[in-house]
Design a protein. Structure first.
Length: 314
């Protein structure tokens, strides 16, 4: 059942005990970091609630009345329990704020998160980070179920039930092996792309979803056909480089391969997919503690300039 209106709040009771123990309202006020008038106001309010005086003011300080002595005996175990509770909460908060569970899509996990982690170490050196990599759907599930405090996705929209904010941008690029016929052409058409089975990430991948939505908008009625589905970006790049077939990948993921010449970019006339990479967290909440620090790091890093530069052929 609820407490009656005669029960003062804990700070007032805590202050009252300090006056009893220190023998002075002024010393008690100093111990609690408040002014003496503020302390006097709290005690008067306490007396109003209990309906009787609890302190006698004398020239030598303050002492409890007979009723105040009895109330002090009742209050002491309550305040001791409140301090234990306060210490316990602080311990739990300290543990929570020293650990961070992150979920990130493959592109973010492999090509952006390592840089963010280095910057986070400077801002929060005592934080232990556990990172779970998956596709954008899996990231959303991890954040919604509480396994991760913050997530990073590359799907066109944030998963349902999550708030989001863009932290980076990239573009999707069609790539082939150097031996593929497309590597020797200046460009291919959208219809050629739509009519070719590609090496794709698994269903739920932000890269696959972004590509399929963009191509469907240009080729109504197009039905995606995957030549091969792989859940690893690294495996997908190797299969493409080995000549299995064309693939569509994030510009962040293929910088090294393009520079080395193991993959070749393909220009598709009239087709360009630029997308946002987003931080996500439960709707109606905001990142706090280490997750807030990580979000700040990712947001400050901003758009990776190289990811949006036009590709040129050697």
């Amino acid at each position: 059942m609820p407490l009656s209106s005669h029960v003062p709040d804990l700070p007032a009771l805590d202050l009252f005990l300090s006056v009893v123990e220190l023998g002075s309202l002024g010393r008690a006020a100093e111990a609690h970091g408040i002014s003496q008038p503020a302390a006097s106001s709290r005690i008067r309010n306490l007396e109003r609630l209990v309906g009787m005086p609890v302190l006698e003011r004398t020239t030598r300080g303050s002492r409890p009345t007979p009723a105040g002595t009895l109330i002090a005996e009742w209050v002491r175990p309550i305040i001791d329990a409140a301090h234990r509770f306060d210490n316990g909460i602080n311990t739990l908060r300290g543990r929570r704020e020293s650990q961070l569970h992150v979920a990130a899509s493959q592109t973010v996990a492999e090509y952006l998160f390592p840089q963010w982690l280095l910057a986070l170490r400077l801002r929060a050196p005592d934080t232990t980070v556990a990172m779970e990599a998956g596709n954008s759907v899996q990231v959303g599930e991890s954040v919604l179920t509480g396994r991760a405090e913050i997530g990073f996705v590359e799907s066109p929209r944030a998963p349902k039930g999550l708030d989001s904010k863009t932290v980076a941008r990239d573009r999707l690029i069609v790539v082939v092996s150097p031996q593929h016929a497309w590597s020797r052409r200046s460009a291919i058409t959208v219809d050629e792309l739509a009519g070719t089975a590609l090496i794709q990430r698994e269903t739920g991948s932000g890269t696959r979803t972004s590509f399929e939505r963009a191509l469907t908008a240009l080729v109504p009625g197009w039905k995606p056909t995957a030549l091969l589905e792989l859940s690893s970006t690294t495996a997908l790049k190797k299969a493409t480089a080995n000549g299995v077939g064309p693939a569509v990948l994030s510009s962040l993921a293929i910088e090294g391969e393009l520079a080395a010449g193991t993959l070749k970019p393909v220009t598709v006339t009239g087709f360009e997919v630029r997308r946002s990479l987003r931080a996500v967290w439960p709707m109606g909440q905001h990142p706090t503690g280490p997750s807030r620090e990580l979000f700040a790091v990712a947001h400050q890093a901003g758009v990776a300039p190289r990811a949006l530069m036009p590709l040129t052929r050697p």
